[in-house]
Ligand binder design. Structure first.
Ligand code: 13P
Length: 247
C-alpha cells in the first residue's frame, strides 16, 4: 500500500466466458462489492464490454478492456480502437500484457502508442511490465522493468502500472515478498523521477498468481496499490476475498 492511494483490484478475465457466464460473474462481483476497502475493475473480452458496462453502470465496479489499437480508426481487421471502447462504456484498458507482448509481438513502442491512444480517448491505461524467468535468473529483472517503463510509457502518461513477472502468471508461483517490494520500489522511483509528484500518486498493481491466500501479505507491501488478477478473478468469491484483503 501507499499512503493516500486507495487500492484497485482488477480482474483480467482474458479469453474466458460466454456472455451469459460473464454477466453472471459481473453480477456476483457487483453484489459483493459494497463496503470493500478497494476499487474494483473487471476486464472481460472485447465482445462483452458493452453489455457489462451497461449492466454495471452506476455501480461500484468499473469495466475495462484488455487491449486496444493505437489508431482511432482505419483498415485494421479484427482490431478495436480506444474511442470505440470508451463509447462502449469502458473506463480502463490493460495494455502491454505479457500475453499480448508474446502472442502478438507487441514491442514497447507499440505499447507506448496504444497507451497514447487510450489517454487521448479518455481511458485509463493499465500498462503492464515484468520480466521473464530467464531474465529474473540472470539478475536482470530490475533493468528489464526499468527499460519497459522508459519505453512503454509516453511522456504524458497518467494511469496505472502493473508489475507482472511473466513466470508468475498462471503458474501458482510468486516472487518473494522482498522481491515484489524491491521491484515496486524501483517502479515508484522511476515514476517519480519521470513524472514528479504525479508519479507518487500512481497506482502500482502486482499481478501473477494472486489468490485469496497470498493477497493480504502482497497487498500490505509498500508501493503495492492493488492487484491485477487472472485466474482467481473468474471466481467471484475469490476475487472479492482478494479485494477484502486490501484493507
Ligand atoms: P494469474 O492471476 O492467473 O496468474 O494471471 C495474472 C495475469 O496475467 C493478470 O493480468
Amino acid at each position: 500500500m501507499t499512503p493516500g492511494i486507495r487500492p484497485l483490484i482488477a480482474g483480467n478475465w482474458k479469453m474466458h466466458g460466454t456472455l451469459r457466464e460473464a454477466g453472471a460473474l459481473a453480477e456476483a462481483v457487483r453484489a459483493g462489492a459494497a463496503g470493500l476497502p478497494a476499487d474494483l475493475l473487471v476486464c472481460p473480452p472485447f465482445l462483452h464490454v458493452p453489455s457489462l458496462a451497461a449492466l454495471l453502470a452506476g455501480g461500484p465496479v468499473a469495466v475495462g478492456a484488455q487491449d486496444c489499437h493505437a489508431a482511432t480508426k482505419g483498415a485494421h481487421t479484427g482490431d478495436v480502437s480506444a474511442p470505440m471502447l470508451r463509447d462502449a462504456g469502458a473506463t480502463h484498458v490493460i495494455l502491454g500484457h505479457s500475453e499480448r507482448r508474446a502472442d502478438h509481438a507487441e514491442t514497447d513502442a507499440v505499447v507506448r502508442a496504444k497507451v497514447q491512444a487510450a489517454l487521448a480517448a479518455g481511458l485509463i491505461p493499465v500498462a503492464c511490465v515484468g520480466e521473464t524467468e530467464a531474465q529474473r535468473l540472470g539478475g536482470e529483472a530490475e533493468a528489464v522493468v526499468r527499460r519497459q517503463l522508459a519505453e512503454s510509457l509516453p511522456d504524458d502518461f497518467a494511469g496505472i502500472v502493473a508489475y507482472e513477472p511473466v513466470w508468475a502468471i498462471g503458474t501458482g508461483r510468486t516472487p518473494t515478498e522482498a522481491d515484489i517490494a524491491a521491484i515496486h520500489a524501483t517502479i515508484r522511483e522511476t515514476l517519480v523521477a519521470r513524472f514528479g509528484p504525479a508519479g507518487q500518486g500512481m497506482r502500482i498493481l502486482y499481478g501473477g498468481s494472486m489468490k485469496p491466500g497470498n493477497a493480504k501479505a502482497i497487498l500490505a507491501l509498500p508501493n503495492v496499490d492493488g492487484g491485477l488478477v487472472g485466474g482467481a478473478s473468474l471466481v467471484s468469491a475469490d476475487f472479492l476475498a482478494i479485494a477484502a484483503a486490501a484493507g
